[in-house]
Design a protein around this ligand. Structure first.
Ligand SMILES: C[S@@+](CC[C@H](N)C(=O)[O-])C[C@H]1O[C@@H](n2cnc3c(N)ncnc32)[C@H](O)[C@@H]1O
Length: 202
């Protein structure tokens, strides 16, 4: 078990070390949404040091999180955190590239929610790869869709690399909002969150 004060400390330490953990406002929004939806299983793409996963299992009723992290050091730290706070029965961590991860390794098999919080240029690929594992009435939560307000002002971005990345985020936003199978809602919380649900069949 882990308490809120310890979670606050982990968040602060992560920010000091430039580890990009989800903003508090965004996580609080997710916690309310997941409690409302009575979601009990969530697949997270991008664990970093396990902070969001620990916050979620601590604050969402009956929540279990399965999460994938590519980076060696962050994976190792996430593993240590999960063991330290004895959360192995609530958080299942994988050390892999989520783009090539073998889905037969998933412990929970199907999920009430998918949370995409990894490489921003790959959002669509993550979405398409993992949506089959999300229940019919499940939700997908995607963070950082404002990219610090830049998505709506691409022409003002000087750095070519940043401009390319922001264009990809915008492409994902346009793709999901126009999709015939999904309803997407934008929330101006944290760095811009989009919540996606399957459209009801007629
Ligand atoms: C924004 S951080 C995740 C923060 C975490 N969800 C939290 O709020 O505590 C994004 C993480 O995704 C990881 N990542 C990037 N590309 C990935 C991939 N293809 N597969 C798995 N993880 C990836 C990065 O190493 C990084 O640690």
């Amino acid at each position: 078990m882990i308490d809120q004060k310890t979670l606050d400390k982990i968040e602060l330490e992560a920010l000091k070390r430039n580890i990009p953990v989800m903003q508090k406002e965004g996580l609080d929004f997710m916690i309310s949404l997941l409690n409302e939806e009575k979601a009990a299983t969530l697949l997270e793409i991008g664990s970093a040091i396990g902070y969001s996963a620990m916050r979620l299992v601590t604050n969402v009723d009956q929540m279990k999180v399965e999460t994938i992290e590519l980076d060696d050091e962050r994976y190792q730290e996430a593993k240590e955190n999960i063991e330290k706070y004895k959360l192995q029965n609530q958080i299942y961590l994988h050390h892999d590239n989520a783009l090539t991860f073998d889905e037969s390794q998933l412990v929970l098999k199907s999920f009430d929610a998918l949370f995409i919080d990894a490489a921003k240029a790959q959002y669509q690929r993550f979405f398409e790869k993992y949506i089959p594992y999300i229940k019919e009435d499940g939700i997908v939560i995607v963070d950082n869709l404002d990219f610090h307000g830049m998505v709506d002002h691409i022409e003002e971005i000087r750095s070519r690399n940043t401009r390319q990345l922001v264009k990809k985020i915008k492409r994902f936003r346009d793709w999901i909002f126009d999709h015939e199978l999904y309803d997407a809602h934008y929330y101006p919380v944290g760095d811009g969150i989009v919540v996606v649900k399957r459209k009801e069949k007629e």
